[in-house]
Design a binder for this molecule. Structure first.
Ligand code: NAD
Ligand code: MG
Length: 399
């Protein structure tokens, strides 16, 4: 394969670090053109020393100034950019072939969309971007001949089990449905009356995966699987009726595709994100990812269960949003981002997350989501409603 220039949006995060690990194994195939982070100056600086990108971007302006100082002192030939404009710029550069979209949350939408509009290979980890802007995003990919490759382990697995082309719908290629698997997170078997008092630390202690804090909480509520349902509908041009969510506590099967002849194809592997990252970066080739081999004799048992919607109400809300369409998924996502941040900050309980999201979904009306302004407006309105919900709770708590 020819040398691929790559921009990493969110290089200091869990996905970013795993991407750099894969790149470091293949210096002849990949060249880092740009690295970026929100505000972690030291971490981005040490990545700059190791990978020598042309650009380093910090979303936070003050952090960008600090990074520029460090780069200057070290006499590195790296241009430091700041803010959303910097992120958009490095997603569109001519010498960039691939953009790893690994910013967490709505903050990743504009640069990820910019990469699609510039016709890049978009390595999509930032599921929130697609959840918010599904139709617009898929149109941008199509109109600009971008390539969209899923990094989310489930969607990467589904992609690997799909026929080469499914543009004309899953029916036309004999796919009956998608089986979307999830581990059930750290609270799959926790007594229901204990959930109100779980700590952020407990919620972030995922049994199988080591991830950023936001997605870890989403895995504990299973909002993550709900966002993944919406993500799957866009990526694979299908509806929630053709996606079945099932619990698979071992996280060895990463998802499956069922065909009309009765065949069910699965992708298996260690729960290590370097597998989907290496797959998407090299596709259609295969490269070493550094991932340990899967030993099924050691695994011994694979189990499956139906998810309990009483335990995981966020799953029900996301399914509702998937069916409602328009701006509803963006509203769901924004409310959830606020709820998760407040839970991580010990301001609300774990069991407040779903009622908060549900209340915001009831309050903010759904609109047609054909342009970015409408989507960003829905995101803002939902965040305002979510903050008001929390204020009301705190007032009641004080009363
Ligand atoms: P993380 O919190 O570890 O990293 C987030 C990265 O985004 C960091 O580099 C951070 O600096 C950057 N960032 C945060 N806010 C920003 C902002 N406002 N502007 C610019 N940059 C910002 O998160 P993660 O676990 O790596 O997840 C990243 C994305 O990948 C999420 O959308 C998540 O759902 C998805 N994902 C992650 C995993 C995983 O195993 N970690 C698996 C599947 C999907
Ligand atoms: Mg996933």
């Amino acid at each position: 394969m020819s040398l691929q220039g790559i921009t990493i949006l969110g290089s200091t995060g869990s996905i970013g670090v795993n991407t750099l690990d894969v790149i470091s194994r293949h210096p002849d195939n990949f060249k880092v053109v740009a690295l970026s982070a929100n505000s972690q100056v030291e971490r981005l600086f040490s990545q700059c020393q190791q990978f020598r990108p042309t650009y380093a971007v910090m979303a936070d302006e003050a952090a960008a100034a600090q990074l520029a100082d460090r780069i200057k002192q070290a006499d590195l030939p790296i241009e430091v950019l700041a803010g959303i404009d910097g992120l958009v710029q490095v997603s569109q550069l001519d010498n960039v072939d691939q953009v790893m979209a690994a910013i967490v949350g709505a903050a990743g939408l504009l640069p990820t969309l910019a990469a699609a509009k510039a016709g890049k290979r978009v390595l999509l980890a930032n599921k929130e971007a697609l959840v918010m802007s599904g139709r617009l995003f898929m149109e941008a990919v199509k109109q600009n001949q971008a390539e969209l490759l899923p990094i989310d382990s489930e969607h990467n697995a589904i992609f690997q089990c799909m026929p080469t082309s499914f543009d004309n719908g899953l029916d036309s290629v004999g796919v009956r449905r998608i089986l979307l698997t999830g581990s059930g997170g750290p609270f799959r078997t926790t007594a229901m009356d204990k959930l109100a008092n779980v700590s952020p630390q407990q919620a972030c202690a995922h049994p199988n995966w080591d991830m950023g804090r936001k997605i870890s909480v989403d895995s504990a509520t299973m909002m993550n699987k709900g966002l993944e349902l919406i993500e799957a509908c866009w990526l694979f041009n299908t509806s929630p009726d053709h996606v079945e969510i099932m619990l698979h506590p071992q996280s060895v099967i990463h998802s499956m595709v069922e065909y009309v002849d009765g065949s069910v194809l699965a992708q298996l592997g260690q729960p290590d994100m370097r597998t989907p990252i290496a797959h998407a970066m090299a596709w259609p080739k295969r490269i070493d990812s550094g991932v340990e081999r899967l030993n099924l004799i050691d695994v011994a048992r694979l189990e499956f269960e139906k998810p309990d919607l009483q335990r995981f109400p966020c799953l029900r809300l996301a399914e509702q949003a998937a069916r409602a369409g328009g701006t509803t998924p963006a509203i769901l996502n924004a409310a959830n981002e606020i709820a998760v941040a407040e839970f991580l900050d010990n301001k609300i309980r774990f069991t407040d997350i779903a009622p908060l999201v549900e209340d915001v979904m009831t309050q903010v009306p759904t609109k047609v989501a054909n342009d970015l302004d409408t989507i960003l407006q829905a995101d803002q309105t939902a965040r305002e409603h979510a903050r008001r919900w929390i204020d009301r709770q705190q007032q009641q708590g004080k009363a």
